[in-house]
Design a protein. Structure first.
Length: 299
């Protein structure tokens, strides 16, 4: 039996759509837009079709259609109106909603169809910045609020990784530029969130850089081996969950002492764990970036 989530609380809907619970209640009462089931204690429960309908209503409302006008549409007219608006308007919002549905239903076909439709309008890197990154940011919040399970997060993350890997594969046969330092991309011990790092590998390869992608949970000591092969090394890492707050400063100091004492070695860092840090807090030869885009601009 498939254990797909088919029932949502009003708090789930608020987290998934960004529409306040108070607003959802008003839309129900004033416009009869949703008809939730109620428990014996009068707690609202919404079906997957109600969730999908609310996503569509939110999309139409965010794109200028008054809620009173939406309420006058027939049930079957709402998704048609969404498709019409998406075809001539901002496709990103519609795509993000479709990918949320894909995640909640573990629907790979919907993911691939949505991605392939986006490719008709956008390049891969445009899709990553305008659709995948906002979606991943939302997923992080949904996971923290228990709206989705780790299984949902892993499902959609793996599908996004597959697209990044396919695009990296297309670049693997390209020789790096003749004058190019080596970029070693790694995640620290216990860190497994590698989508941002994978995408950086794609950007570096597309710019003709020589990269070595090590991936998740790499012991610091093992990185010293690269100095036997390369003279000019830029390490790149992403701190999402680890190191833990109290261990970041000791980790970076140890990294500096062990790996950044050579003239041409440096470390580039990203990740939400570093949001409270400034470059003044960091050892020499460590640079901090608040987004992938900002790092890429300097490459």
């Amino acid at each position: 039996m498939n254990n797909i989530k088919v029932s949502f609380s009003i708090k789930d809907l608020e987290n998934l759509t960004g529409i306040k619970a108070h607003t959802i209640r008003i839309w129900e009462k004033r416009y009869n837009l949703l008809s939730p089931d109620r428990s014996d204690t009068n707690i609202r429960n919404y079906s997957i079709s109600s969730f999908q309908k609310l996503l569509n209503i939110s999309y139409l409302n965010n794109n200028g259609l008054k809620i009173s006008k939406i309420a006058n549409l027939k049930e079957e007219e709402i998704p048609i109106k969404v498709r019409e608006m998406a075809s001539r308007g901002k496709v990103e919002d519609h795509a993000i909603n479709a990918l949320k549905m894909s995640m909640l239903n573990f629907d790979q076909v919907l993911f691939y169809n949505t991605y392939n439709n986006l490719l008709e309008y956008k390049s891969f890197n445009q899709i990553f910045y305008s659709v995948f990154l906002p979606l991943l940011n939302e997923i992080g919040l949904l996971w923290q609020t228990n709206t989705i399970t780790p299984a949902h997060e892993h499902f959609i993350s793996v599908l996004i990784k597959q697209k990044i890997l396919i695009n990296i594969e297309r670049l693997q046969s390209l020789e790096p530029k003749p004058v190019s330092n080596t970029y070693v991309l790694f995640l620290p011990d216990h860190e497994i969130h590698d989508i941002g790092l994978l995408y950086l590998n794609y950007e570096l390869r597309s710019k003709g850089k020589h990269t070595i992608f090590l991936g998740e949970s790499v012991p610091m000591e093992s990185l010293t081996d690269f100095f036997d092969f390369f003279d000019d090394i830029t390490f790149v890492s992403y701190f999402t969950i680890y190191p833990e707050e109290e261990n970041i400063t000791p980790y970076l100091q140890q990294f500096s002492d062990l790996l950044l004492n050579k003239e041409n070695s440096k470390l580039l860092l990203l990740g939400q764990k570093l949001s409270n840090y400034s470059e003044n807090d960091l050892p020499k030869n460590i640079s901090l970036y608040n987004s992938i885009e900002n790092l890429v601009k300097e490459l």
